[in-house]
Design a protein around this ligand. Structure first.
Ligand code: BYC
Length: 336
């Protein structure tokens, strides 16, 4: 996975457009056969332009989500209630940064640069997950992100380990292992708080009340309103639909909430014997779209923080480049 950056398409070797309509039909047929046979598409294989663009959109959005996702929890590093919790949180936030880097590397294999992706994020053109535009008001929110947000992320991301694009699928295997640990630490932290004082239990319940609905919306719009789903499924990028994943998440989470002693804030949430699944209430899709379109509670703050962090880090990039140039000049001199 760390070697993906080395696979950046070399302009000399980048896939060439098929020379004739017959060649194009042949290349398309080969691509379709690979998809049908569940074989991986690799960076230097020919691929339809729309497949490349779809992957680039999804992987870069995913990378941005990991990077912006460091912010809500990062806010609590200096206020963690013990050294142990602080060490865990530091490691978790660092993991998210690592996930962003694997994913940017995977996206780079599709022929775009890190700078272009970062520019799209900073200018507000690129999306990132709606969930990270909600505030973390209490320490219980940090546990809630681990339990619910990472829980939803795992549900959505495990199927992506079988994505048809090799570099994305391979990056997801390691990411999912780490997310699984993140989810467990969140649950454990909440469990400890639920065994504490009435005020601590109330803090956890308040966090559950605020995070439950935005987490359900994280899976994306209902299948009927999801413009990218059908083609994503055909190409083996998406394996399970938005609604099906949301349902699996609800069914997995209800028993965990019972163990914790937390009430999920949905009076319509109940087991449906006939469907052998839970029914749940209506999601506020207007709120979801407002957040996705830049008008959530923290959108502006999140972007401003990211842009500032990038600008503050310019000297590090400059220093690394200057060092690399010096090393190169020294190597050339020694070789002469
Ligand atoms: N937020 O046709 P649809 C994490 C957009 S990281 C914002 O269903 P698709 C974590 C969608 O992009 C979590 N936008 O799209 C990190 C599309 O707009 P465009 C991130 C959303 O791609 C740190 C439009 O709505 N996970 O968990 O088939 C700490 C229509 O949607 C959202 C990933 O990125 C949303 N929630 O399906 C802790 C996973 N939902 O692009 C945790 C990879 C939808 O056409 N991504 N939109 O302008 C995916 O699996 C899919 O891209 C999605 C959407 C299921 C998210």
């Amino acid at each position: 996975m760390y070697t993906q950056a080395l696979d950046l398409p070399d302009p000399q070797q980048a896939q060439e457009a098929p020379a004739s309509p017959a060649d194009a039909a042949g290349a398309q047929a080969q691509f379709d056969a690979k998809i049908d046979a569940e074989r991986k598409i690799e960076p230097r294989d020919w691929m339809p332009e729309a497949y490349r663009r779809t992957l680039l959109r999804q992987i870069s959005q995913h990378a941005h989500s990991e990077i912006v996702g460091m912010l809500p929890e990062g806010n609590w590093i200096s206020r963690a209630p013990s050294l142990k919790r602080k060490a865990i949180l530091l490691a978790k936030v660092q993991d998210e940064g690592g996930h962003g880097l694997y994913l940017y590397s995977a996206a780079e294999t599709l022929g775009t640069s890190r700078d272009q992706m970062v520019e799209a994020l900073h200018s507000g053109k690129a999306k990132y997950s709606s969930i990270f535009n909600y505030p973390t008001l209490s320490w219980a929110d940090v546990g809630m992100i681990g339990w619910l947000v990472d829980g939803a992320a795992i549900m959505n991301q495990v199927p992506i380990c079988r994505c048809s694009y090799g570099p994305y699928a391979r990056a997801m295997i390691r990411i999912c292992k780490e997310e699984s640990f993140h989810q467990r630490q969140g649950f454990e932290s909440l469990m400890v708080q639920m065994q504490g004082t009435p005020a601590q239990r109330a803090m956890v319940q308040d966090a559950a009340n605020r995070w439950w609905w935005p987490v359900l919306a994280m899976f994306g719009p209902p299948d009927a309103d999801s413009p990218n789903s059908a083609q994503g499924m055909r190409w083996g990028i998406k394996r399970i639909s938005n609604d099906a994943l949301r349902q699996k998440f609800v069914d997995a989470t209800v028993p965990q909430a019972k163990i914790l002693g937390v009430t999920l804030p949905d009076p319509e949430l109940q087991w449906n014997e006939e469907r052998q699944q839970h029914d749940y209430g209506a999601i506020a899709w207007d709120e979801f779209w407002a957040v996705v379109n830049g008008n959530g509670p923290c959108n502006k703050e999140r972007l401003a923080t990211r842009v500032k962090a990038h600008e503050d880090g310019q000297w590090v990039r400059d220093a690394a480049l200057a060092h690399a140039r010096k090393q190169q000049a020294r190597a050339l001199k020694e070789a002469a």
